[in-house]
Write a new protein. Sequence first.
Length: 85
Amino acid sequence: MATLTAQIDKERDLPEIQAVFNRLGLKFHIDEDMDDDDWGDLPEAAIEGIKAGLAGGEAGRTHPHEYVMAEMNKKIAEFRKKNGR
């Protein structure tokens, strides 16, 4: 037996998912206790960092992919030069 865990929009997706599972003859259980605040075992600092990053993205505080890759390539080149690689 295998277990499948999925986070869904309950109002929009649940009826369709239930119908598919029923057609396939699959047994399922809906855990109503799960919510968007369930971060598992992540430390609080990690959770706050993720939330800050998501808020920044929603507020438009982002950098283009090309910029980020160029900065990372510079840092990698500096690291290699410093460490003789």
